[in-house]
Design a protein around this ligand. Structure first.
Ligand code: SF4
Ligand code: SF4
Length: 295
């Protein structure tokens, strides 16, 4: 694969407000997500545990799914969700607060949901050279190409965002699909007690999950073991507590961006110097790893 990512960030930003016809949707496939986050990055159990170990449990968010034909289901808040037996299945990804960004080759900054680790100024990933860099991101868009699905890079091209996917050969060392046959306990988990989840579907749909809600799922994911949907109660409880108590620069930045953002897709009413200063104040000066820029 050869990609031209400078000025793009199409796979890190919800750019649907910029080009609704060209942008794709996560609501395709046999199990559409219950939430409306765009391009959620599914993390492996070990990646989730690493974020937790680094004090970043507050950047993680669960995703539940509508059932496919023939799936087991569980009813939560009067909504049927996909399940394994009586346990709802879920994945865990990275939170996307609104940030002032100009992605997909545009030059006007707007408030768009963007990955917690995207530097809004350079449009580069703050954990690109880190052990935390998710496999989904490091291999993107190999899985889409493997499945013959449209890639975000091609969607950006269709939105006049410039040439992005320069070579579409799938690398030989591409890892297994995150939702394929080896996903149980690796990227797909089962929550052991659905009675804990009253109100969660309403809050998930309204992007109003609490720290306690998010921590429950992080705990269950870390309490899981690859190849199985069972959960070790002690490991789950310990991970849940650590996720709930996390107070990282990134979690604080998410709160600050949510407080400052205007409406989804609105123009950013700051001059460029003030916008850059705000990013520095809320992210870089608060402890975010820097990015080098494209020069
Ligand atoms: S959408 Fe494609 S070209 Fe754009 S940043 Fe992501 S990988 Fe790079
Ligand atoms: S972790 Fe980095 S590459 Fe992955 S979505 Fe977030 S900003 Fe983009």
């Amino acid at each position: 694969m050869e990609l031209r990512c400078e000025g793009c960030a199409g796979c890190c930003v919800d750019w649907r407000p910029l080009a609704p016809d060209a942008a794709g949707t996560d609501r395709t496939g046999s199990r559409p997500p219950i939430d409306d986050a765009y391009d959620l990055v599914p993390l492996t159990r070990d990646e989730i545990a690493r974020f937790l170990d680094d004090g970043l449990g507050d950047v993680l968010v669960p995703r539940l799914f509508e059932p496919a034909d023939g799936d087991d289901t569980v009813r939560i808040d009067a909504v049927e969700v996909a399940a394994a037996g009586d346990r709802p299945i879920f994945a865990v990804g990275l939170r996307k607060p609104p940030k002032p960004v100009a992605p997909i080759g545009t030059d006007e900054h707007r408030w768009l949901d963007a990955c917690v680790f995207l530097d809004p100024t350079t449009l580069q990933c703050r954990i690109h050279d880190d052990d935390l860099y998710p496999q989904t991101c490091s291999t993107y868009p190999a899985h889409s190409l493997e499945l013959g699905a449209e890639t975000e890079c091609e969607r950006v091209e269709a939105a006049d965002g410039g040439d992005r996917l320069l070579d579409d050969a799938v690398p030989d060392d591409t890892p297994p699909l995150p939702f394929g046959p080896r996903a149980a306990g690796a990227t797909v988990f089962a929550y052991p007690d659905p009675d804990d989840l009253d109100g969660v579907i309403d809050r998930l749909r309204g992007a109003r999950l609490t720290a306690e809600d998010r921590a429950r799922f992080v705990g269950a994911a870390v309490g899981s073991s690859p190849g199985s949907l069972s959960v070790a109660p002690d490991r789950m409880a310990e991970a849940r507590d650590r996720a709930r108590d996390a107070d990282s620069w990134a979690g604080r930045a998410i709160r600050a961006w949510n407080e400052r953002a205007a409406g989804d897709g609105d123009r950013v009413a700051l001059d460029p110097e003030d916008r850059v200063r705000l990013v520095r104040e809320l992210e870089d000066d608060a402890g975010a790893p820097g990015t080098p820029g494209w020069e």
